[in-house]
Design a protein around this ligand. Structure first.
Ligand SMILES: [Zn+2]
Length: 433
C-alpha cells in the first residue's frame, strides 16, 4: 500500500532529510517496505503500535491480529501492575516481531492511558525496561548475520501521550524516560486535531522533546550511542509516516544544536501535524510526517486501521504552510495559489496544481522534504526567525483565501525553545529545570 498505491519508489525519498522510513509493523510485509528501504540504504522503523491491544480484537484491524504479540482480549493496563514475567513475555514478543521483520530502529511497546502518573504509566515503564533487557540478551544492536556490514541497530523508548494530559505530565515523563538506557526516544502525540494544535500542547511537546534530548544518558549505558552513532553527533536522520499513508520524512542535519552535550540522544516526534516543521526549526532531532501518519488518533479511525487512505488527497502548498482547500469548491483557490506561487517540484506543471492521486502524493512528498530542509538549515535561532517570517506571510495569503490563520502552535514552539535555551545558558538559575 505504502509504495504501490502511491506509485512511489524509494529513489524519490530525499536522503538528506529522511534517513529512516517508518510504518506500522502490521503493514510492513504487505508493502514490501523492507526491500524498498534496503535498496535505498535507508533505516526502517516498524512501529509495533502495541496500543491497538487495548482495543477489542475486532477493532484492531485484520493485519494486526496476525502479529505474535496481538492479545486475545482487550489489554487492561490501568487496573493493576503487570507481573515481571508477563512484562518480559510481552516485551520479548514485541521486540522479536520487529527484529524478525527487519527493523533497523526498534521501539518499545507503548500504550495510551486515561490518566497519567498511575499504574498504566508504571506498566509502560516496566515494559520499556523489559524490552531493554531483551535487547541486551539478544545483542539487538548487532546487524543481522546475513548483512554483517549494516550499521548497528538502535532501540528507542516509545512514549505515547494524550495531548489532553499535557503539560501536567511532562515533568514525570521527562524524569522517568530520560533515565532509560536507550539510543533515543519516539514520542507519539495522540488526540483530536483541536487539542493537538493548541499552544500549550506545542509548548509541552517542545519542553519534553528538547528536555529528553538534553538529558545525559544514564551512567554505564553502552548502547549504540557510545559506539559512535545515533548520539549528538551530526548525521542522524529519521522518521516518517507512522500511520497508514505514504511514508515520508524529516530530520535534522543542522538543527541538532539543542541536543548539545555529550549525552544527547535524539527524539522523534510523531503526531504533531503540520507544525512539526516548527519542532525541527527549534532543534528537535526528527519528526514523523506523512499523508496521515503525522496525526495518529486513539482509537484509530476506521480508515486508518488497515492503512487505507481516503480517495481525496489534500494538496500541500508552501505559501500557506498547509493544505489548499479541498474538493470542487476549492478548485479556484488551488488554481490561484499555484498561479501566484508556482511549484517547481517537477511532478506537475509549475503554474497548475497537481492533479490525481499519484502526482499529488509526489508533490506533497517533495514539499515535505523541502520544508524539513528549510527548517534545519542553520542554528535554531536563525531557522526559527525565518520560519516566523514565513508564518506571517502564510497567514496573509491564508486570509486572502478566507482560510483560518495557522494555529498558534507554530509560534509557541519557538517561544518555548528560546526560553529553554535562555535557562540552559544560565545554569545557576536552571538547577530545577
Ligand atoms: Zn509541486
Amino acid at each position: 500500500m505504502l509504495w504501490s498505491a502511491a506509485g512511489l519508489d524509494a529513489a524519490l525519498l530525499p536522503r538528506d532529510v529522511a534517513g529512516t522510513l517508518a510504518l506500522p509493523l502490521h503493514s510492513s510485509v504487505r508493502e514490501g517496505a523492507i526491500d524498498v528501504t534496503r535498496r535505498a540504504e535507508m533505516g526502517i522503523a516498524l512501529a509495533p503500535q502495541a496500543w491497538r491491544n487495548q482495543l477489542p480484537p475486532e477493532r484492531r484491524g485484520a493485519a494486526f491480529a496476525a502479529l505474535p504479540y496481538a492479545q486475545p482480549e482487550a489489554l487492561e493496563l490501568e487496573a493493576g501492575a503487570l507481573s515481571a514475567g508477563a512484562a518480559a513475555d510481552y516485551a520479548d514478543a514485541v521486540l522479536d516481531a520487529q527484529l524478525a521483520a527487519g527493523a533497523t530502529l526498534a521501539t518499545t511497546p507503548a500504550h495510551v492511558f486515561e490518566r497519567e502518573g498511575g499504574i498504566g504509566r508504571a506498566n509502560d515503564l516496566l515494559l520499556a525496561s523489559a524490552t531493554i533487557a531483551a535487547w541486551h540478551e539478544r545483542q539487538g544492536w548487532r546487524p543481522p548475520p546475513q548483512r554483517p556490514d549494516d550499521p548497528p541497530r538502535e532501540l528507542y523508548a516509545t512514549i505515547a501521550v494524550r495531548a489532553r494530559h499535557l503539560p501536567e505530565a511532562v515533568p514525570e515523563l521527562l524524569a522517568r524516560y530520560s533515565a532509560l538506557p536507550v539510543d533515543g526516544f519516539w514520542l507519539v502525540l495522540l488526540d483530536d486535531d483541536a487539542t493537538r494544535t493548541s499552544p500549550r500542547v506545542a509548548e509541552a511537546i517542545t519542553t519534553l522533546a528538547l528536555g529528553l534530548q538534553a538529558a545525559p544518558a544514564p551512567g554505564g549505558f553502552s548502547g549504540a550511542a557510545s559506539a559512535g552513532i545515533g548520539g549528538a553527533g551530526g548525521g542522524f536522520g529519521a522518521a516518517a509516516s507512522a500511520g497508514g499513508g505514504f511514508g515520508a520524512a524529516a530530520s535534522a542535519g543542522g538543527g541538532f544544536g539543542a541536543a548539545a552535550g555529550a549525552g544527547g540522544r535524539p527524539v522523534v516526534v510523531a503526531g504533531a501535524g503540520a507544525w512539526h516543521a516548527a519542532l525541527l526549526a527549534s532543534g528537535v532531532a526528527a519528526t514523523c510526517a506523512g499523508a496521515d501518519g503525522a496525526q495518529p488518533t486513539f482509537p484509530p479511525d476506521a480508515a486508518g486501521s488497515d492503512g487505507v487512505v481516503g480517495i481525496g488527497v489534500p494538496v500541500f502548498h508552501p505559501a500557506i504552510l498547509g493544505s489548499a482547500p479541498h474538493g470542487a469548491a476549492g478548485e479556484e483557490a488551488r488554481e490561484w495559489l499555484f498561479a501566484a506561487h508556482p511549484c517547481r517540484c517537477g511532478e506537475h506543471l509549475a503554474y497548475e496544481p497537481p492533479r490525481g492521486r499519484r502526482a499529488t502524493l509526489r508533490h506533497n512528498l517533495a514539499c515535505l522534504a523541502a520544508e524539513a530542509r528549510d527548517a534545519t538549515r542553520l542554528a535554531p535561532l536563525l531557522d526559527e526567525t525565518r520560519l516566523a517570517a514565513r508564518v506571517e506571510r502564510a497567514n496573509a495569503t491564508r486570509a486572502r483565501l478566507a482560510l483560518p490563520p495557522l494555529p498558534p502552535a507554530w509560534s509557541a514552539v519557538a517561544a518555548t525553545a528560546r526560553d529553554l535555551r535562555t535557562a540552559a545558558a544560565a545554569p545557576g538559575l536552571s538547577a530545577g529545570a
